[in-house]
Write a new protein. Structure first.
Length: 173
């Protein structure tokens, strides 16, 4: 028959990583010690005071926006040299009026400016100051009202208008 004894069959069927009692004791020891250290580490992390709160940065920014001052004061040099209409156009208006973005009349296009020029200088200036369509108030710029008026005259005259250059009002005494 076969040469296999009962002991040989038993050893072949039950093989694994643990071969002796010393390895068994180490495996049992580490299977209890490692989870204990993991639990201690988690408890320390949860009870620590210096961990960042979730979303703390966004909360601080939102809080700063909610408690900001209602108004701001901006100090400008009243005696600075006023920019010409061409300089204001190049600095602010050229972005939309050169390409005709969002229905803006193109610079120098008499057919687009004609109906607008017929409404008069005051209507054009009002549109520039308060905004119209996609254009923001004062074209979204940081210019004096007098400079905006100069830019309106510059653009309208390039489109066929005959508006005189605005005169800066005398300072109030």
């Amino acid at each position: 028959m076969s040469n296999n004894s009962h002991d040989t069959v038993h050893d072949e069927a039950h093989t694994g990583p643990i071969k002796n009692p010393k390895q068994l004791l180490l495996a049992v020891f580490f299977s209890f010690v490692i989870p204990i250290f993991v639990i201690i580490g988690l408890v320390y992390y949860v009870t620590a005071d210096n961990k960042p709160a979730a979303g703390a940065v966004e909360v601080e920014k939102a809080l700063a926006l909610r408690i900001q001052k209602v108004g701001t004061v901006e100090i400008r040099d009243a005696n600075r040299e006023m920019k010409t209409g061409e300089a204001v156009f190049k600095a602010q208006c050229t972005t939309c009026h050169t390409a005709g973005v969002a229905g803006a009349p193109k610079f120098g296009d008499a057919s687009a400016w004609g109906p607008r020029i017929k409404t008069g200088f005051d209507a054009l200036l009002n549109s520039a100051m308060k905004g119209k369509g996609a254009m923001g108030a004062q074209g979204g710029g940081d210019f004096d009202n007098f400079e905006i008026a100069r830019a309106v005259v510059y653009m309208a005259n390039a489109g066929g208008g005959k508006f005189p250059e605005p005169v800066k009002p005398a300072p109030a005494k």
